[in-house]
Write a protein that binds this ligand. Structure first.
Ligand code: FAD
Length: 506
């Protein structure tokens, strides 16, 4: 019997996308596969991407990574949600917290009960009915079952981490599972003259690396999917016009918040991501409405501790590749598209692409019907997340020209319909297996100021005193629970403090 030749997979790039892919493949593809990763220290990585959503825990758990060891290795902190400051108008803020808001009344979702309560002047902001939100704003933390009552939910959490430490952590993990790493810059992509498939990569050293399947994790350069195969990029900047970012670390603060903060400014917004050893900051802005100098000055003026470096510029175009899988190349990470980091979705998109690849698991023979289905799922996922991000911009009530332009844009039809459904009847429906749940859409639509005109029939029929009691009981229950939890800093010190690293200005 002839020997079965192993499938050779080549991962191009050693950023977060490359090493997450290598770690997962190394873990799940034990025999029959040879996995090699090529990265170029001369080119380097994008070096940002430090805020995540709770799904990252599923990735780590699937790989058997111990959570506290991962936190220590990456100087991570906990994340319970994202605070949006000034996104409706200056002086106002809300949190998109992970985890549920309130509790349904029978068939009737809590958002309906809330919207009726809001119109009657009996309901507070969504904050009051969300444990994650209350705990986050009190700078506390807890994992696992609630302490005070069985009806109180567990809090989902994610992390803020140092992207370069995470890549290093995953590199060790992947190499220990047989992934071979090659250092070098790829100068040429070789293709089969008849099929068009990629056959190999020529490194600057002259070495040729051949393979059956190539995973393009080369970042915005899109070395294989874009440059070699010429797959077009669908530009979404008419919906998401920010096109530049400046990133800068600042000194650690003693009191780190268990949430990401996103603060709206005149022509974009600023992120703040607290880690154990430093804080990550950045300004995302639209070059048509402000200059690079003004954006840098404003970024530095809004840090809460001294900057540790000069702001580093990054340019981008929001959008996606028309096809993420073409020939024998699959794009993962920034090579497949970019959505600004407002809802920390890029690392999740990497994770989701990896799990999709593992479901299809292309071998030496691949078919167009498989590629078409993969690309359909990829497009759906990207478009729904895009809508969710546009939602934050379009519902603003700010005065600056940039924000007026965002308010006046023609929305994707899928988003316009969602907003109208909520505004008219308080309805929110999750579309198939899109990433964001009803409760996420609820928090952002309510946080951006929509109070629906009507509610579900069950909510409309509730006795007013019962409705008030329902709302007040949930709020009191969650306040009582939150009061039991230690501060975020104490929680980390107790469970997963990372080794101290002294960060000094460059
Ligand atoms: C401003 C900004 C903020 C962000 N914030 C977040 C966030 O908070 N949360 C989140 O989830 N995501 C965030 N992201 C996205 C996140 O940074 C990326 O999704 C993630 O880092 C993955 O990047 P990557 O691995 O695809 O690309 P990169 O990090 O750019 O890696 C590309 C790799 O390809 C290699 N390479 C390229 N060309 C060659 C060649 N010719 N030969 C050999 N090697 C080559 C490079 O050396 C590198 O190793 C942010 C992105 C931006 C732009």
């Amino acid at each position: 019997m002839a020997d079965v030749q192993p499938v050779e997979i080549v991962i191009v790039g050693g950023g977060t996308a490359g090493w997450m892919t290598a770690a997962a493949f190394g873990h799940f593809l034990e025999s029959g596969y040879k996995i090699r990763l090529i990265e170029s220290e001369a080119i380097g990585t994008i070096g940002v991407g430090e805020a995540t959503i709770p799904q990252i825990r599923m990735f780590n758990q699937a790989l058997g990574i111990d959570e506290d060891a991962f936190i220590r290795a990456t100087q991570a902190t906990f994340k319970l949600g994202i605070e949006f400051v000034g996104w409706t108008k200056p002086g106002e803020s809300y949190l998109h917290a992970f985890g549920d808001v309130g509790r349904a009344v029978g068939l009737c979702g809590f958002h309906h009960v809330w919207s009726r309560g809001r119109r009657l002047g009996l309901a507070g902001p969504t904050h009051d009915y969300c444990l994650n939100d209350i705990v986050a704003k009190q700078d506390r933390m807890h994992r696992g079952r609630a302490l005070t009552a069985p009806t109180v939910p567990e809090m989902p959490h994610a992390f803020h981490f140092d992207a370069s430490l995470y890549a290093r952590f995953l590199r060790q993990f992947a190499e220990a599972r047989g992934v071979v790493r090659s250092e070098g810059t790829i100068d040429e992509v070789l293709r089969d003259g008849q099929t068009g498939d990629v056959t190999g990569l020529r490194l600057a050293s002259g070495e040729i690396v051949g393979g059956d399947l190539f995973i393009d994790c080369s970042g915005m350069r899109a070395l294989l999917i874009g440059q070699a195969l010429g797959v077009a990029y669908e530009d979404w900047s008419h919906w998401l016009p920010c096109d530049r970012a400046l990133a800068v670390p600042s000194a650690r603060v003693e009191h780190f918040t268990p949430y990401t903060r996103s603060t709206a400014h005149d022509a974009g917004w600023q992120w703040r991501i607290p880690l154990q050893h430093r804080t990550g900051n950045g300004r995302v802005y639209c070059s048509a409405f402000t200059s690079d100098e003004a954006a840098a000055d404003s970024l530095l003026a809004h840090l809460d501790a001294p900057a540790l470096d000069d702001p580093r510029p990054i340019r981008f175009t929001t959008g996606r590749r028309r096809e993420a899988w073409k020939h024998n190349v699959i794009a993962v990470g920034l090579s497949s598209g970019f959505l600004e980091p407002l809802e920390s979705t890029s690392i999740h998109l990497i994770q989701s692409a990896i799990s999709r690849i593992l479901k299809f698991l292309p071998g030496k023979v691949q078919s167009q019907v498989e590629r078409d289905e993969y690309n359909r799922q990829f497009a759906f996922e990207m478009e729904r997340i895009r809508d969710f991000i546009v939602l934050h911009y379009t519902l603003n009530e700010r005065d600056e020209p940039f924000w007026r332009a965002c308010r006046d844009m023609t929305l994707p039809g899928s988003l316009a319909d969602r907003i109208a459904l909520f505004r008219e009847g308080g309805h929110i429906f999750r579309d198939s297996d899109e990433l964001f749940s009803e409760v996420a859409w609820f928090q952002v639509m309510a946080g951006q100021g929509i109070v629906p005109l009507r509610s579900h029939g069950i909510a409309e029929a509730l006795d007013v005193a019962d409705l008030k009691a329902w709302l007040d009981t949930i709020a009191a229950l969650y306040q009582r629970e939150a009061a039991q939890y230690p501060t975020h800093a104490d929680y980390i010190a107790r469970h997963c403090a990372a080794p101290a690293i002294e960060m000094v200005p460059a």
